[in-house]
Design a protein around this ligand. Structure first.
Ligand code: KG4
Ligand code: ZN
Length: 351
């Protein structure tokens, strides 16, 4: 275990958040977040009900330098005090990834710092180490607007994909249901609020992939079923909206529960862990903020002797601190990137 203190600036711009954070790794291995500044481009994308890549890239250009300055200032750290700079280099919307990566390269070059080109998914995968000091192995459920995956995290750079969506991401489905009902953007929090006043049993909605032997997801059919249910009762009144949201959220949560149950069995088998040994389940991504989903997964976890860890929502959604932490982990293993490191739209964590 290296005994030096390491300070890293992390940059994130792969979707609709422009973010910079400063993280220090103390000599005892503990992480401390000195700053974590995020600018979310809600106003830019709200009129379209979803992220518009070209507009996202332009907004990242406008905000990235401001985020870096604010992150260093809040941390009370100068460029000279940094040991390295880490930037997301994929996967994500290419225009945005280029902005953060080029900024990272410019800082590395100007201040003679090592650059770490970080896989965004690895940032999410290692967040439990940053927030809770948790070490692998653990099971990770990543549920966001762009990703829906279950990963077995064995160690740094050692990930096994147990399941992923074969069509829409779960957050995307929440956003599309909200758009259909004209609730607002991003849709997830609106759907959750509306669901509180609804009857989840009124509409009969499917649970795609439920009972399958693998751990994959599908949300496109559920979204279409919601569309048909809504069309059938037009004109839609307020209570209809509440009931549709409640039905959709329950169906989505049931799918997560069923697929995770399967993943828990596979994880235990893969790791040779007995039923009475407690394992860890981490949830990350914007949808992890949904309390109804978190509650359901909490019950599932206790039933299967898993400890559920949901990092604070600022660390669940896209942020610079998680990129800084993944950068530090890679740096400690000597994985320093070349200044020619390319931006990647696609970059799976596993072979
Ligand atoms: O991780 P994130 O901030 O950004 C990326 O997609 O990378 O996740 C955003 C997604 C959006 O689809 C948003 O609607 C969803 O997370 N979301 C929620 C909730 N809060 C955010 N979905 C359901 N319930 C919520 N409370
Ligand atoms: Zn993300």
């Amino acid at each position: 275990m290296p005994s030096q203190q390491i300070i890293c600036l992390g940059l994130e711009s792969s979707c609709d958040d422009t973010a910079a954070g400063v993280v220090i790794r103390h000599p005892n291995g503990k992480a401390e977040i000195l700053s974590n500044i995020v600018h979310t481009q809600t106003d830019v994308h709200a009129p379209f009900g979803g992220v518009v890549p070209e507009l996202a890239a332009r907004a990242h250009i406008e905000y990235m330098d401001k985020m870096v300055t604010a992150a260093l200032s809040e941390a009370g750290v100068t460029y000279q005090q940094l040991d390295l700079v880490a930037a997301t280099s994929g996967p994500g919307l290419l225009g945005g990834v280029i902005v953060g990566l080029m900024s990272g390269k410019a800082i590395a070059l100007a201040h003679d710092l090592p650059l770490i080109a970080v896989n965004h998914l690895e940032g999410h995968a290692l967040t439990a180490g940053l927030s809770n000091g948790l070490k692998p192995p653990y099971l990770l459920l990543l549920i966001s607007g762009g990703h829906t995956q279950i990963l077995q995290v064995n160690g740094l750079g050692d990930y096994l994909l147990l399941g992923s969506t074969i069509d829409d991401a779960i957050g995307e489905a929440f956003d599309k249901v909200a758009k259909l009902l004209d609730l607002g953007y991003p849709g997830g929090p609106f759907v959750e609020q509306y669901a509180k006043q609804g009857d989840a049993t009124r509409f009969s909605l499917p649970r795609p992939m439920k009972g399958r032997n693998n751990c994959d997801f599908s949300f496109s059919g559920l979204k279409t079923a919601v569309l048909h249910a809504a069309k059938a009762i037009e004109p839609i009144k307020q209570q209809d909206k509440y009931d549709i949201c409640a039905g959709f959220q329950q169906a989505a949560a049931d799918c997560l529960e069923d697929r995770l149950k399967r993943a828990m069995q596979i994880f235990r088998n893969n790791k040779n862990m007995a039923d009475d040994e407690t394992c860890s389940l981490i949830i990350a991504g914007g949808v992890a903020a949904n309390k109804a989903i978190a509650k359901k997964l909490d019950i599932l976890s206790s039933d299967h002797n898993f400890k559920l860890i949901v990092p604070p929502s600022k660390l669940c959604t896209d942020n610079g601190a998680m990129i800084a932490w993944a950068g530090i982990e890679q740096y400690l293993r000597g994985n320093i990137s070349d200044l020619s490191a390319p931006p990647k739209a696609r970059w799976p964590l596993y072979d």
